[in-house]
Design a protein around this ligand. Structure first.
Ligand code: ZN
Length: 319
């Protein structure tokens, strides 16, 4: 811009120079990153964040976008860094039907306020539903989470309290819901062309959900963070066209790591028993990055379908 400013000052009496400058300004004002093309022809999952909490993994934390013929319909989790990736994806908050949270660890929810503030500048005229787990002593419920961020009088960003208020017809407000999930999948919501199911999963002592979206005859399943205990996730993932699972620990991990997350052998067993058609591995933490060969070999002992390690902004068509 400074080049243009100098040029404009030196050429201020030359109309031709100003036209060139205007062209330069318009070039600069265009986003430096072209929108990624994902899902323009059908259903697709775009990985906004493929990393874990550690910033040194140089990845955004967990977040996924479901594209439906070029429209961003659903976002699942919004970990740190994912708001930037959302912008890079070319999506608009006004396109979304729903926000789904697996749980409220920061690497799954930290960029939600950034998404919401960005949406403030869009022309959205309908409520935005937000679904996530109930709370306990360690975590807020989904309703508390939204209230603690945006509601008067104590919300951290109560200057946006208009968004947290009761919905008036034709206005944009956030509509949070606590999902009473169980150990078996339950129907959470349905609209004209989308159905969502959730199941309670075990993630240490933190309330957590796995999600299944059904759209256009396809099933897309997100494990969220879980140690894989029980068979609820296998039931939820049954016949999934795409199964996004979290590769947060290595085989043989013990202690807190294992109480929170599933090792490759458990991912492989669930993918095989559920007969999923494609397995995407995400939430790639420093302790699993660089161990892809070992991870894949362990999963291959159980699951013979396609396996892909996700990177930020990867786009996976759901066929
Ligand atoms: Zn977690």
């Amino acid at each position: 811009m400074e080049t243009c400013g100098v040029f404009a000052r030196s050429q201020r009496l030359a109309g031709r120079g100003l036209i060139v400058c205007a062209l330069l300004i318009s070039t600069y004002e265009v986003s430096p990153l072209k929108a990624q093309s994902c899902g323009s022809a059908g259903l697709a999952v775009q990985v906004l964040g493929s990393g874990g909490p550690e910033l040194q993994d140089k990845r955004a934390s967990a977040s996924y976008l479901i594209w439906d013929h070029g429209t961003a319909r659903v976002i699942v989790d919004a970990g740190g860094g994912s708001a930037l990736r959302f912008g890079e994806s070319g999506a608009q908050m006004s396109q979304l039907d729903v926000v789904l949270f697996s749980h409220f660890h920061i690497d799954h929810s930290g960029d939600f306020p950034a998404l919401v503030f960005s949406s403030w500048f869009e022309d959205r005229k309908r409520p935005l539903a937000v679904y996530g787990p109930p709370g306990n002593d360690f975590m807020p419920s989904t309703r508390e989470f939204v209230r603690d961020l945006f509601s008067e009088p104590h919300g951290a960003w109560r200057y946006l309290s208009d968004l947290a208020g009761p919905a008036a017809k034709g206005t944009y407000t956030l509509e949070p819901h606590d999902v009473a999930a169980a150990s078996k999948p339950v129907l959470v919501f349905r609209n004209s062309d989308m159905v969502a199911y959730a199941v309670r999963v075990i993630h240490g002592g933190f309330p957590a959900l796995a999600w299944r979206l059904e759209m256009g005859g396809k099933r897309i399943v997100f494990s969220g963070d879980t140690n894989g205990e029980g068979d609820g996730l296998t039931q939820l993932a049954s016949e999934a066209d795409l199964f996004v699972a979290h590769n947060a620990i290595q085989e043989g991990a013990t202690g807190v790591e294992r109480r929170l997350h599933m090792p490759p052998s458990v991912i492989g067993t669930i993918a095989a028993n559920a007969h999923v058609k494609q397995l995407i591995l995400s939430h790639r933490m420093l302790r699993t990055l660089g161990k892809e060969n070992e991870t894949e070999a362990e999963i291959r002992r159980h699951f013979s379908g396609p396996i892909v390690f996700a990177n930020d902004l990867d786009c996976f068509p759901v066929k």
